[in-house]
Design a protein around this ligand. Structure first.
Ligand SMILES: [Ca+2]
Ligand SMILES: [Ca+2]
Ligand SMILES: [Ca+2]
Length: 283
C-alpha cells in the first residue's frame, strides 16, 4: 500500500509541480441521473446505502497533464456488492447530453447524447468479483474517433452488458471499454495512472478516484490554450448505480495568456492520498 501510493505520489508531483494549470472546472456537483427506469433518482440503492454515491467531479488541464477527480463514496468500498471501477470516457469535442440540468439528464444513456472521443482504461480492475482490487494502477488512453458507429458501439460496454450479478442497476450506461481490436495511444510520452485516495473538497477530506494522464497529453489531444474548448467526461462504477457526466469549459484569453498559476490543488490531493495511506497502514 505504501509503495503504491508513493509511486503515484511521485508521478503526480513530478508532473504537476513543473506544470502550469491551464483550466480547472472546480468540483462540480453531480446532477446527472441518466435513465434507469426504476425511479431511484441519482443513486440506485436501497435506503441508506450510500456506497455508490458520486458527490462531485473535477477536471484540470495542465500544459503537460490532464487530471480527472471523481469524488465518490465508492472509492472507499470499491468492491461494494461486486461492483468494480469503470473506465473513464471523455470528449474533446464538447458535451451534448440528452436533457438538461433541470431534468437531471434523465433520458441520457450510452445510446443517446455525447459520442466520446477518448477512453482511459484502468488497468488492474476486474469486471466482477473473484479478484482483489488494487488501490492504484496504470492505465491506457484510447482514441475512439476513427471508429465507425458499429465499431464504436461494440467497443463501448454498458452497465447492462458488464453487470452479471443480478439485482437492480442503472441500465445502459457506459462503464467499460472493450479494447479488442483497438490500438492504444500509449507511448513513451503518455502515461495514465489512477489511484483511490482522499481529496480536499472545501476543507473536508473526501474519498475519490483520481485519473491522471501525463506526458504531452495536451498537444496529443489537439487542444491548445490559445483556443477555447469543451472537455466532457463520463464515469460510473460497473453497475452504474451512480453515474456522473460533466464538462470543463475553457475560454481562451483574448490577448497574451501571460503566466499561469501553479496547481496547488494537486499538492493538496497528493497530501490527502498520503494521509489515506497512513491511515490504512495504522489499521
Ligand atoms: Ca450523485
Ligand atoms: Ca450519453
Ligand atoms: Ca449521478
Amino acid at each position: 500500500m505504501k509503495t503504491a501510493f508513493c509511486v503515484l505520489l511521485s508521478l503526480v508531483m513530478t508532473s504537476n509541480c513543473s506544470a502550469g494549470l491551464i483550466a480547472d472546472s472546480g468540483f462540480v456537483t453531480d446532477v446527472y441521473y441518466g435513465h434507469n427506469g426504476h425511479g431511484h433518482g441519482d443513486v440506485v440503492a436501497a435506503n441508506n446505502d450510500h456506497r455508490f454515491d458520486i458527490h462531485s467531479s473535477r477536471v484540470q488541464v495542465f500544459d503537460d497533464a490532464l487530471e480527472f477527480t471523481i469524488v465518490t463514496n465508492f472509492a472507499a468500498t470499491p468492491t461494494a456488492l461486486n461492483a468494480r471501477l469503470g473506465d473513464l470516457f471523455f470528449s474533446v469535442d464538447g458535451w451534448d447530453p440528452n436533457g438538461t440540468p433541470a431534468d437531471n439528464y434523465l433520458f441520457d444513456n450510452a445510446a443517446t447524447g455525447t459520442t466520446w472521443t477518448h477512453a482511459i482504461t484502468l488497468n488492474g480492475t476486474p469486471n466482477s468479483n473473484g479478484s482483489a482490487l488494487p488501490a492504484s494502477g496504470d492505465g491506457a488512453l484510447y482514441d475512439l474517433r476513427g471508429l465507425d458507429s458499429t465499431a464504436y458501439n461494440s467497443a463501448i460496454l454498458t452497465s447492462t452488458e458488464v453487470w452479471t450479478s443480478g439485482g437492480t442497476i442503472r441500465d445502459g450506461q457506459e462503464v467499460r471499454l472493450d479494447t479488442n481490436g483497438l490500438t492504444s495511444l500509449n507511448d513513451l510520452t503518455t502515461t495514465a495512472n489512477w489511484a483511490l485516495g482522499q481529496v480536499d473538497v472545501d476543507g473536508v477530506m473526501k474519498d475519490a478516484l483520481m485519473i491522471v494522464l501525463n506526458g504531452d497529453i495536451f498537444a496529443k489531444l489537439g487542444l491548445s490554450s490559445s483556443s477555447s474548448f469543451d472537455l466532457a467526461y463520463h464515469w460510473a462504477m460497473t453497475c452504474g448505480n451512480d453515474t456522473v457526466e460533466s464538462e470543463l469549459r475553457y475560454e481562451a484569453p483574448l490577448g497574451d495568456p501571460g503566466t499561469v498559476p501553479e496547481p496547488a490543488t494537486a499538492a493538496i490531493f497528493a497530501l490527502g492520498m498520503l494521509g489515506a495511506g497512513l491511515v490504512r497502514r495504522r489499521r
